[in-house]
Design a protein around this ligand. Structure first.
Ligand code: HEM
Length: 470
């Protein structure tokens, strides 16, 4: 009998061991549970709830109800939204290999599927290095005079007395700065051709994707084809003239991989359109918000003016243009830029897709689900930014806590154009406050999402030239 007990004991112990062993090694979905949240209606999920209101209200109310990680279902995809700095770091930096970039196919078709931000791994790293070169501080410091000339030329027509659409005008400026960093000085005719067709692509980008002739999306696809042709002509001319420029196009043309392979014409075109796309609306929205914030805060405008006037006066005395080192020493204006980036949080969130089942803080993020780090919620969390709805540049006298301020993203896909964006914004601020006064027309105080948040109707405004006697 004693032998039977021993066998039973051995059986029980080995079953327990097996149970514990399997528990440790079972896939995360068996142990971890899905985050809290609601998946909404069948098929539509919570898409209607998200798009029928200010998206920030949607995210904030969810965060209040469920905490820093919650699930939802939008645009036909199950999603996990993450609203804490640690979670954003987990997805974008420490475990970035588990989350790939993801965009709707219709958008990829318009930009071009070889643009770097659609990729992960070796191809992305190669392209990223190439794009970073001409956007690095050492390279962009040579562009100050040209960008200042673009700011002056963009604003020349604003003072006719009429009302301008600030966002539209800022888009024209950021487009020209983008062209400058990609092609250096480009022949007028080609620049106009690029602009004309790019505007059609831009218009179709947020329209319903269909191949039906006459629709904005179809027109955009056709314009995208024409853009490829224009770019291929520019490339042929460069090759013919054996021009060896240091701008982005030059870097893309000269690149060879380990096997000595050069990039194809399509890869070059997709990345040029990709950079133009990443550079234009983003920077233009921030500048539009700055025009509004400075208008709404007269004391702040005076402080920025005083800083910029001193630079202007010095430059007039010495008969010199604005210099790179001056743009690096504008502490008041720089803090206004940072606070505008926080306050407007124009990239409210980004999208990734889990490439495997991932566990985060005991919650399962299933393979194939979309993952969205919510930058805006982090930027507007009173735990990290006191009185977050107040526009207060002085908060940047102290550096924000790690991973709480990510207007340019973080990790492998963080914005390589952030230095250029800040430079062109500061040059525009210098030009604006030393040359103009402005008033905002109309009483709308709403926000328009297109998809970046911009003041309603693009911030209609009237500008006057201000002649300052020193
Ligand atoms: C204020 C203006 C700008 C803001 C707020 C901004 C923001 C961002 C953010 C948040 C990302 C990361 C997106 C993600 O992780 O999914 C990004 C990526 C990128 N940005 Fe910007 N950006 C700005 C201006 C620019 C400019 C001027 C350029 C180029 C001239 C540029 C080029 C890019 C590119 C190429 C990427 C993709 C990088 C990659 O995937 O490796 N951006 N930007």
């Amino acid at each position: 009998m004693g032998g039977v007990y021993v066998y039973v004991l051995i059986f029980l112990l080995s079953s327990l061991f097996l149970f514990l062993f399997m528990k440790r090694n079972e896939p995360p979905q068996k142990r971890a549970k899905l985050p809290p949240g609601s998946m909404g209606w069948p098929y539509t999920g919570e898409t209607l709830q998200l798009y029928s209101q200010d998206p920030n209200t949607f995210f904030t109310s969810k965060q209040k109800r469920y905490g820093e990680i919650f699930k939802t279902h939008i645009l036909g995809c199950p999603c996990v939204m993450l609203a804490s700095p640690e979670a954003a770091k987990f997805v974008l930096v420490t475990q970035a290999q588990l989350f790939k970039p993801t965009y709707p196919k219709s958008k990829e078709r318009l930009i071009g599927p070889s643009a770097l931000f659609f990729h992960q791994g070796d191809y992305h790293l190669r392209l990223r290095k190439l794009v970073q070169g001409p956007l690095a501080l050492d390279a962009i410091k040579c562009l100050v005079a040209d960008i200042e000339a673009l700011a002056a030329s963009a604003s020349r027509s604003w003072v006719s007395g009429g009302v301008i659409n600030t966002f539209h005008e800022m888009k024209m400026y950021s487009f020209e700065v983008g062209i400058l960093s990609i092609f250096g000085h480009l022949e007028n005719r080609l620049r106009e051709e690029l602009k004309k067709n790019y505007c059609i692509v831009d218009k179709g980008y947020n329209s319903f994707p269909t191949n039906i002739p006459g629709t904005s999306y179809k027109k955009a696809l056709l314009a995208r084809k024409r853009l490829s042709k224009i770019l291929s002509d520019i490339i042929s001319e460069r090759k013919e003239k054996k021009l060896n420029e240091k701008d982005l196009l030059g870097c893309l043309l000269n690149s060879k991989d380990d096997k000595g392979e050069v990039l194809t014409g399509e890869q070059i075109a997709d990345n040029i359109i990709g950079v133009l796309f990443a550079a234009q609306d983003t920077t233009a929205s921030v500048m539009t918000w700055i025009v509004k914030y400075l208008h709404d805060e007269p004391k702040l405008l005076e402080a920025v003016k005083a800083e910029q006037e001193e630079i202007r006066r010095k430059n007039e005395e010495n008969n010199q243009p604005l210099t790179w080192s001056q743009t690096r020493n504008m502490p008041v204006s720089y803090k206004v830029v940072l606070e505008s980036l926080r306050m407007a949080s124009i990239i409210s969130f980004t999208f990734r897709e889990a490439v495997a089942d991932v566990e985060y803080k005991g919650y399962l993020i299933p393979k194939g689900w979309k993952v969205m780090p919510l930058f805006r919620n982090i930027h507007h969390n009173p735990e990290f930014f006191t009185d977050p709805q107040k526009f207060d540049p002085s908060r940047f006298e102290v550096a924000p806590k790690p991973n709480t301020f990510m207007p340019f993203g973080s990790g492998l896909h963080a914005c390589p154009g952030n230095g250029l964006a800040k430079l062109e914004i500061l040059i525009m601020v210098h030009h604006l406050v030393t040359n103009f006064r402005w008033e905002i027309v109309g009483s709308e105080s709403g926000i328009q999402y297109g998809p970046f948040p911009v003041p309603e109707k693009g911030l209609p405004a009237r500008f006057w030239r201000e002649y300052i006697t020193s």
